[in-house]
Design a protein around this ligand. Structure first.
Ligand code: NDP
Length: 335
């Protein structure tokens, strides 16, 4: 497939150009709002076309668009890609409002193109082994989950995420969506209600850079979710606790294929082997399957709306100091 990158972003440069090439596809062009940065990005990554306006890429004959500009721009770029018959892989959070995200998914459906959300963590080895263990009944009845996803935002990314609410900044939109997708992949459900508190440690300005919330699922499971930008020494992790056993995953909420997994039960502690592989390459492989109409485990556009709905509920709960129900995405899509 021939791809265009919309957004001369860090993630495109650090991960996605290589991942697209690794699945045998071609990166034909990069689009940036700053033509000079587009040229620099294209030169650095060996991309033939550097464009200052996305309106110029349809003439190049592209099949798919990877959208990684700031979150406020995802909608317009997705609508344009769909209108031009291109498949879309859009970064998370899909948008800064549910109405935008719904329009994006509806536009892709109407155009008959595949839409994916770049939730890479579901392709990490520990996540996948956790899901196998859960499905095999290793934990008995699942009671609770805990997610530790508080990191240190690297210096080169300390920009719009910390001071631009209009661009979709803040740690909740940035990371809570990943937590929601990770748990949905494992449990097969999204939370129905959340209670949250957010804080500012001084790294962000006018936005939260730390957040904790508790999520309630229809099945009765509860989960805790911690995400932050300013904790360089915190480990990430995901734990599942059931009546017959617990799974302790550590270091598994990362861009790298990473993490260790331990099953703890009445027999003791067992370190489980986990497969390793580039998570973004796996995203693209599953997107290829989706395009071919084969069974796949790509986070689709709907999954992107769902994870955004959870993050927005977390923010609303924190700002209103009350429990908030997560929006019914099926109803939004139907309406
Ligand atoms: P960046 O800040 O690197 O890029 C975002 C936009 O900022 C770019 O599209 C670019 O605009 C502009 N920009 C980039 N570098 C500069 C610069 N030096 N000076 C001025 N403007 C600049 O963002 P990220 O790569 O961190 O994130 C992009 C998207 O990807 C977000 O939606 C984010 O949430 C998501 N993301 C997803 C991850 C995942 O694992 N799924 C991981 C990291 C990010 P222009 O295009 O106009 O040049």
């Amino acid at each position: 497939m021939r791809w265009v990158l919309v957004g001369a972003s860090t993630i495109a440069g650090e991960w996605m150009v290589e991942a697209i090439r690794a699945v045998g596809d071609e990166v034909v062009a990069v689009v940036s709002g700053d033509p000079q940065r587009a040229r620099a990005f294209a030169a650095q990554h060996g991309i033939a076309h550097a464009l200052g306006d996305e309106k110029d890429y349809p003439a190049l004959g592209v099949d798919a668009v990877y959208i990684s500009n700031t979150n406020d721009k995802h909608e317009a770029s997705t609508l344009f890609a769909a209108a031009n018959g291109c498949h879309v892989l859009c970064e998370k959070p899909l948008a800064t409002s549910l109405a935008s995200a719904v329009r994006m998914v509806q536009a892709c459906r109407a155009a008959g193109v595949v839409m994916g959300t770049n939730h890479h963590l579901r392709h990490n080895g520990p996540h996948r082994v956790m899901r196998e263990q859960l499905r095999a009944g290793a934990l008995g009845q699942l009671v609770a989950a805990r997610m530790q996803h508080s990191v240190y935002l690297p210096a080169h990314l300390q920009g719009w995420r910390l001071d631009k609410p209009t661009a979709g900044g803040g740690v909740v939109l940035d990371i809570a969506v990943h937590n929601a997708d990770s748990l949905a992949f494992l449990l097969g459900e999204y939370p129905v209600a959340v209670c949250a508190m957010v804080s500012n440690s001084g790294m962000a300005t006018g936005l939260e850079d730390n957040a904790m919330s508790v999520w309630r699922f229809a099945s009765g499971v509860t989960a805790s979710s911690h995400q932050g930008f300013s904790t360089p020494y915190a480990d990430t992790g995901l734990e599942l606790h059931g009546t017959q056993g617990s799974l302790h995953g550590s270091g598994m909420m990362s861009q790298q294929p990473s993490g260790d997994l331990v099953l703890v039960n009445a027999q003791g502690r067992l370190v489980l082997p986990v497969p390793r592989g580039n998570l973004y390459v796996a995203c693209l492989e599953h997107m290829h399957r989706a395009i071919r109409g084969e069974p796949h485990e790509m986070a689709d556009g709907r999954a992107g709306i769902q994870s955004l709905a959870v993050a927005l509920a977390v923010l609303e709960s924190a700002h209103s100091a009350r429990e908030v129900r997560v929006a019914d995405v099926d109803a939004l899509l139907a309406g």
